[in-house]
Design a protein around this ligand. Structure first.
Ligand SMILES: N[C@@H](CCC(=O)N[C@@H](CS)C(=O)NCC(=O)O)C(=O)O
Length: 209
């Protein structure tokens, strides 16, 4: 456990690359908690600094004092544990479990089809993956029925999903040529009346760390 004094003295450093979905999760969580982050910008084509710091090449990587945390969900949990106010999860235990199930589903199930589509060669498999992505739109719209954020109040569910679903709502930003992001734009077609549009604007208005 990190001591309170260390929390104040040691900066939160996070390695990042441009347009990274998983990095934006950390930025949103830090913004929610009003935490200042010292961003370490890394050339996407040269991960040597990230590898030297963490033993693996992917961002985000958080470094705090002697601690190194890889993987955005683990970083978000680390932040919520050390800086619990305001929280990312609901206080109610059952509601918290529901959000935790969503987080696991999003990371372990929902992300699968767009990730696989980046490299898939078989046409039939690609069609199945596209169908799965399109079918998921209604689930997010259902969660947003009559509420402003995915689980009522802004929190972990929004932080986890927004950096990916924003591509469906906003399209590709200038300079972003990631195939993965283009797949998100093309395979998540939203109807004009989809509540995902207003939700994305609402989440986008939240501060980043
Ligand atoms: N499970 C990791 C995935 C991290 C990840 O895939 N990061 C991407 C940026 S969003 C990356 O570094 N990609 C570089 C690459 O694949 O070479 C997380 O959630 O942080």
């Amino acid at each position: 456990m990190v001591q309170a004094q260390e929390l104040v003295l040691d900066p939160l450093r996070v390695y990042r690359i441009p347009f990274s979905t998983n990095v934006e999760r950390v930025a949103l969580a830090a913004g929610h908690k009003e935490l200042a982050v010292e961003w370490i910008d890394v050339d996407p084509g040269d991960r040597s600094a990230v590898e030297a710091a963490s033993g693996q090449p992917l961002v985000p990587v958080l470094v705090h004092g002697g601690e190194v945390v890889c993987d955005s969900p683990a970083i978000l949990d680390w932040l919520d544990e050390r800086f619990p106010d305001p929280p990312l999860y609901p206080a109610d235990r059952a509601a918290r479990a529901e959000v935790a199930i969503f987080v696991q589903w999003f990371n372990l199930v929902w992300k699968g089809p767009p990730n696989e589509l980046v490299a898939v060669e078989d046409d039939a498999r690609a069609a199945t993956l596209r169908d799965r992505m399109r079918a998921s739109i209604g689930l997010f719209e259902g969660l947003l029925h009559d509420r402003e954020y995915l689980f009522g109040a802004f929190g972990m569910g929004d932080v986890i999903a927004f950096p990916f679903l924003k591509y469906a709502a906003f399209g590709l930003p200038a300079g972003d040529d990631e195939l993965f992001h283009r797949i998100l734009v093309e395979q998540l077609p939203l109807e004009p009346e989809s509540p995902i549009h207003a939700w994305a604007r609402r989440v986008d208005a939240h501060p980043r760390g």
